[in-house]
Design a binder for this molecule. Structure first.
Ligand code: G3H
Ligand code: 13P
Ligand code: ZN
Length: 328
């Protein structure tokens, strides 16, 4: 059992209170490798933004759970070094399990020193979601680890977002869920979805707007309670175009417009999850280098430019979309 505070992490309690008070959202960026982690920490330290480092079950399988945890710990030391060298304040960093799907996985992350875990029972019948979420909360709270739960199912590409009302979070259920489980934050479904193909739209058409009416109803039922948005990549078209230009094929990739996220960040939405945008940036730059410099074979020569571009993208997100820059 390792205590997250010994590793230099914080839980999300103070982060979310500050985000709520000041009308911004804390970025929750996923990482699976060193370059993504370096970029997230560099961008968030330079823009003086709190950050939630997200690790999925898939990331643990890909990179090894022990190595990832040590990378998270290393990220705190790396942040301190940047802050000291560049005369900046140190930023709060939370280490979070993204989409935990079992009590055992959540417990393993708590025991390894994560400061926050998500138990995603959103696909389960309501009572089972309540039951597994409460089980995780009861364990995690013994160690002051934050817990995120989820109600409502995020739409996928196959769903007709406008028609499938049942996939949105039911505002009538949120009070009951939060009081029965004791979660610290709640992920909701208001029209975002995971991945790079969020909406089926015709050329020149805008994706359907997020359901701010549902968000408002939820805020009424849970005043001052931290809300989380998953599936919040904007699928930045400049990178989609670069990928397609240099041999890729991501036709029809569409995300959530950034102005919608900016609006959400000013509300009770305190955490915004972004993974796919980072994947797109990385793929675009790696493709560009390999395509334009076919003799290149040193990974530092293509992962380095990808990392530099990621830093730019995350800095801009913090400043222009989440509003989290210069809030520490
Ligand atoms: O919401 C899911 C995240 O983008 C993580 O994706 O499970 O492929 O690591 P992953
Ligand atoms: P995107 O696929 O939109 O980046 O969503 C990421 C996410 O929700 C991670 O939990
Ligand atoms: Zn998610």
């Amino acid at each position: 059992m390792v205590s997250y505070s010994e590793l230099g992490f914080v839980n999300t309690k103070k982060m979310f209170k500050d985000a709520m008070d000041k009308g911004y959202a804390v970025p929750a960026y996923n990482f699976n490798n060193m370059e993504q982690l370096q970029a997230i920490v560099t961008a968030c330290t330079r823009t003086q933004s709190p950050v939630i480092l997200q690790v999925s079950k898939g990331a643990r399988n890909y990179a090894n759970q022990t190595l990832l945890r040590w990378m998270g710990q290393g990220a705190v030391e790396f942040m301190k070094e940047i802050a000291s060298n560049e005369n900046l304040k140190e930023i709060p960093i939370a280490m979070h399990l993204d989409h935990g799907d079992s009590f055992e996985l959540c417990k393993s992350c708590v025991d390894m020193g994560f400061s926050s875990v998500m138990i995603d029972g959103s696909h389960l019948p309501y009572d089972e979601n309540v039951s597994i979420t409460k089980q995780v909360v009861d364990y995690a709270h013994k160690f002051d680890v934050s817990v995120e739960g989820e109600l409502g199912v995020l739409a996928g590409i196959e769903d007709d977002v406008k028609a499938e009302k049942s996939t949105y979070t039911d505002p009538n259920a949120v009070e009951d869920f939060v009081s029965k489980t004791g979660v610290d934050s709640l992920a909701i479904a208001i029209g975002t979805s995971h991945g790079a193909y969020k909406f089926k739209v015709k050329e020149g058409e805008m994706p359907p707007p997020l359901r701010f009416d549902i968000l408002k109803e939820i805020e009424k039922r849970l005043p001052g309670f931290p809300i989380v948005l998953h599936g919040s990549s904007s699928v930045l078209q400049e990178y989609v175009q670069l990928i397609n230009k240099y041999g890729g094929n991501l036709e029809g990739a569409v995300g959530v417009p950034e102005d919608q996220l900016r609006r959400a960040a000013k509300s009770a939405v305190c955490k915004i999850n972004i993974d796919s945008d980072g994947r797109l940036v990385m793929t675009a730059k790696v493709r560009e280098v390999l395509w334009t410099k076919p003799k290149e074979f040193d990974p530092r020569k293509y992962l380095g430019p990808a990392r530099d571009e990621l830093i730019k993208m995350y800095e801009r997100k913090n400043r222009e979309v989440l509003g989290s820059a210069f809030k520490v």
